[in-house]
Design a protein around this ligand. Structure first.
Ligand SMILES: [Zn+2]
Length: 166
């Protein structure tokens, strides 16, 4: 059985259609897991990314609409001076200079070919996709933490050496 995370619900791909009890249980589990993930990982959900776009330079019916950008993993990252800057929630790539006929997925992939979210080409994540992306994100956070700590300890060491010299 595959669990799908869509924007509005989780779907078990094949709960037995004739088994009401199994369907009810899977619906309940789906809802619980969905609510939990939404709380801990809001930006994994397209609708939450879309909420970051209070306004956007192109209309909703254009290929480069706020909706399509949110689907392709982007959150609004603009300012008054740069009203069309967006950032990928997953790889942190920022992009601007959009044209209304741009395809956000294609732009994302060509400017950040390393982004495993962009490679999926869908915002309907399967649980395996979610777990893989989440794992990668956790490793990134851990490495950054280790890096920061290293810098902190190097700075501390320099301070001690400075004090010893004076
Ligand atoms: Zn990305």
């Amino acid at each position: 059985m595959v669990l799908l995370i869509t924007n509005n619900q989780f779907l078990f791909k094949n709960p037995k259609e004739n088994n009401m009890e199994e369907q009810q249980i899977s619906q309940k589990v789906n809802q619980e897991v969905f609510n939990l993930l939404k709380k801990i990982d809001p930006l994994f959900f397209e609708e939450n990314r879309l909420l970051t776009f209070k306004s956007w330079v192109f209309k909703d019916n254009k290929p480069c609409s706020a909706q399509k950008l949110a689907e392709a993993g982007f959150i609004f990252y603009g300012t008054k001076q740069d009203p069309d800057t967006v950032k990928c929630f997953f790889c942190d790539k920022t992009l601007d200079g959009w044209e209304e006929m741009d395809c956000p997925w294609s732009e994302h992939e060509s400017h950040a070919p390393y982004c495993n979210y962009a490679k999926l080409r869908t915002s309907n994540l399967r649980v395996e996709d979610y777990i893989n992306l989440r794992k990668e994100l956790l490793i990134k956070i851990k490495n950054k933490f280790v890096e920061d700590k290293k810098i902190e300890s190097e700075e501390a060491l320099e301070e001690i050496l400075d004090e010893m010299e004076t």
